[in-house]
Design a binder for this molecule. Structure first.
Ligand code: ZN
Length: 438
């Protein structure tokens, strides 16, 4: 794919077009403010300056090894210059800079951004993104990444995060996306969505939270030549994973917690109390829709060690049935109230198929009811593979989660469900057994 000669030709064509069509009279635009420097991590960096009657042009752009990408880049630069060369009556300035990244050795993601400043100092920004899959030299559209169902899901997440209703997301205005080392990122430009948003909105979806892996794998098999290989996704996903678990709900703060999880593309596991499910069925139904896991915390929260075998069975079975009614699937994954288990209960649940999840970090949020203490306890102890115990029936615990979730993501953790955490450790859960971390 080395086509340096052709690249040079395209570059010369770009220069020639500017020279032939316009005279080199530099406008005086003293007040012009340059763009921030882009990240030039891929391609050959080129700088290009020229002037027209009313416009000074300052361009940084990348030369790549791919003709189609180079043509797209130079085409956008040309049309952007065309757009502004007649704008305004006095001196204006146009700056173009770029981010270019090579991701997983397979993708080239180029973002070009332009800033035009007119004689009054008024600024107008524009942007374009190009993504290329190196194996096929093919340019990718968002439809190469997501199937129709996934696009609906993506739009729902965008709608929540941006406050723009999902119906406004036409496919053609979701084209400012790029792949970075850790995430799928998308910009909603204020110009495209005016007056719904006043500033560009930047959306980040970490690869680890990019829908469920099974659906993506299916997509890979349909489009093996254009999409990431499964191994690439696995490599791009963070290798630090933890499971946040929330007990004793659903309660009045559970929806707010789900909003927070959704906003950050994070997942959690909810150990629900069966008798509370009926009153908040829609809340429980929402959990798996955003890839959270619903698990069993008994019907009425008794210490299993203190009740009969028949009642242990009915406590677990009735809760699994309530979860089944709300979500469409029951829950063998359980947590014993108070962590109370003994040989008798383990032997019984071995036969029944229920297994138990304990925890490895317990901030005692239900006792302190103090968001700062809960936050600090977790942040000071967290490490890869931990299961963290929290309770979504307390406002202070949800307050703590609101700060913990973005902080943990910032620290490089992927927030996964308990099943994902166990599965990644190669654990196949068995009835009557207890698991407390990966
Ligand atoms: Zn509990």
């Amino acid at each position: 794919m080395k086509t340096t000669g052709q690249n040079r030709l395209i570059y010369l064509l770009l220069v020639a077009l500017l020279v032939v069509n316009f005279s080199f009279v530099y406008a005086d635009s003293a007040a012009a403010q340059p763009l921030e420097q882009g990240s030039h991590n891929y391609g050959t960096a080129n700088r290009f300056e020229t002037g027209f009657d009313h416009l000074n042009v300052h361009i940084n752009y990348p030369q790549t090894d791919y003709d189609n990408l180079n043509v797209a880049i130079s085409g956008w630069i040309r049309s952007t210059i065309e757009q502004y060369k007649t704008a305004g009556n006095g001196a204006g300035a146009l700056f173009i800079d770029y981010d270019a990244n090579l991701v997983a050795e397979k993708y080239i993601s180029v973002k070009l951004f332009a800033r035009y400043q007119d004689e009054t100092g008024r600024v107008s920004d524009s942007q374009v993104n190009f993504n290329l899959y190196r194996d096929s030299s093919k340019m990718l559209s968002i439809n190469d990444l997501f199937n129709d169902d996934q696009l609906v899901d993506l739009k729902a997440r965008l709608a929540y995060a941006s406050g723009i209703e999902a119906r406004y997301f036409e496919t053609n205005s979701l084209d400012c996306w790029q792949l970075t080392d850790r995430a799928f990122e998308l910009d909603l430009l204020a110009d495209d969505y005016s007056p719904l948003i006043k500033e560009d909105f930047h959306f980040t979806l970490p690869y680890g939270n990019l829908f469920d892996l099974a659906a993506i794998t299916e997509r890979l098999n349909q489009h093996p030549s254009t999409w990431l290989a499964t191994s690439d996704i696995v490599n791009l996903k963070s290798d630090k994973k933890i499971a946040l678990t929330f007990d004793d709900g659903p309660g009045p703060y559970t929806e707010r917690l789900l909003d927070i999880l959704q906003k950050h593309g994070a997942r959690a596991t909810f150990f629900v109390v069966g008798k509370r499910v009926g009153g908040r069925q829609e809340t429980v139904a929402r959990m798996p829709k955003q890839y959270c896991e619903v698990a069993n915390h008994t019907w009425s929260h008794p210490a299993l060690t203190k009740i009969s075998n028949a009642r242990v069975e009915s406590e677990l079975k009735a809760t699994s049935d309530a979860i089944l009614a709300a979500t469409g699937s029951g829950a063998a994954m359980s947590r014993a109230p108070y962590g109370a288990l003994n040989g008798r209960v383990k032997a019984l649940t071995y036969q029944l198929g229920y297994y138990f999840i304990s925890w490895s970090i317990d901030p005692k949020d239900w006792l302190t009811k103090n968001a700062d203490k809960t936050y600090n306890h977790v942040i000071n102890r967290v490490s890869d593979g931990q299961i963290i115990l929290l309770h979504d029936i307390h406002k202070q615990s949800v307050d703590a989660a609101e700060r913990l979730i973005p902080k943990l993501i910032e620290q490089g953790y992927e927030l996964v469900t308990v099943s994902e955490l166990l599965g990644q450790g190669g654990v196949v859960p068995q009835g009557g057994k207890v698991y407390n971390k990966r």
